[in-house]
Ligand binder design. Structure first.
Ligand code: NAI
Ligand code: 15L
Length: 267
């Protein structure tokens, strides 16, 4: 049982869904974000923190024995915002962890690190990154940083290339990429339970019928996702528009992220 678990980005969609599960692995939970959280349970405390603020992040890690790092920019945005939230912010988290007893970190990476692999390819956690956005590039940076911090300093981390973590799949693509919050929580629990984690990369995806990602290299985690997007297949397909086979959003695993232009070119 962790004594004091920190979750950054706790006010966001994934953080809100994970909160009810966290007492299963932690006695006290510190919820951090730039957005305020009011509805605190007895085991929860809120700590406002801008991830780009090195001193604030260092103070946040004090006395913490586990970190779930969700905070930052979660979609494609202008580079300045990604630089602050995801690149500087993630660096600040790892550097603070190094100075505060090296608590294990679960890093919310993204499938968009490998979004330019085609949907007819099945890939594993050892393929080279092929990010589909500046956002995906920033998550590749986070994974590379985690690798460096483990090899040089022994800082352990699970980088989870999350697929699509929502209450239910929203479109045809998400029938393959959907991740139930409970499955994500179970994966996080495995990360804190295994005797040796090192730096491990895993795709965060439920036990869906159609999957592009092979997690066998991370089998030692003992993670068995229980949920399956197929429950919504008929509902999704009933509302689905025909797909153009030449559309990059259809060809590539990253979907609309792969099809999008540079954010600086948008008016
Ligand atoms: P979200 O956008 O709902 O939540 C992110 C949170 O981070 C927000 O509450 C925001 O206020 C906070 N934040 C942003 N910039 C910050 C900064 N500079 N300092 C402090 N806090 C800051 O995103 P969501 O969907 O909850 O995702 C959580 C994490 O998981 C993100 O890192 C995202 O990239 C990653 N992820 C999510 C996926 C999904 O399907 N929801 C898929 C793949 C990755
Ligand atoms: C992500 O990385 C995003 O944070 C999320 O909003 C979804 O778009 C997800 O990927 C996805 O690929 O569906």
């Amino acid at each position: 049982m962790l004594q004091k678990l920190l979750m950054t980005g706790a006010a966001g969609g994934v953080g809100s869904k994970l909160r009810p599960f966290l007492p299963r692995i932690a006695k006290h939970v510190v919820l951090s974000d730039i957005a305020k959280i009011d509805d605190l349970a007895a085991h929860e405390r809120f700590a406002a923190c801008e991830l780009g603020d090195v001193q604030a992040v260092s103070a946040l890690l004090d006395g913490v024995d586990g970190v779930i790092h969700l905070g930052g920019i979660s979609i494609e945005k202008p580079f300045e915002r990604i630089l602050n939230g995801n690149i500087l912010g993630t660096y600040n988290i790892f550097e603070a962890a190094r100075h505060h007893g090296r608590p294990r970190v679960v890093f919310a990476s993204s499938n968009h690190v490998t979004g330019y692999y085609r949907r007819d390819e099945r890939i594993d956690n050892r393929v080279l990154p092929k990010p589909d956005t500046l956002y995906g590039v920033s998550k590749a940076f986070g994974e590379t940083l985690a690798s460096f911090y483990f090899d040089k300093f022994g800082q352990e981390c699970l980088s989870v290339r999350i697929g699509s973590c929502f209450d239910k799949p929203k479109d045809r693509r998400m029938l393959a990429t959907w991740l139930a919050a409970e499955d994500l929580f179970d994966l996080i629990a495995c990360a804190f339970a295994v005797p040796r984690l090192g730096h491990t990369i895993v795709y965060g995806v439920s036990d869906n019928e159609q999957i592009w990602w092979d997690n066998r290299n991370a089998g030692f985690l003992g993670w068995k996702p229980k949920h399956n997007a197929a429950k919504w297949r008929d509902e999704i397909m009933a509302g689905a528009k025909p797909e153009a086979p030449t559309d990059p959003a259809v060809i590539y695993q990253g979907g609309a992220f792969a099809a999008a232009g540079h954010p600086a070119d948008e008016s």
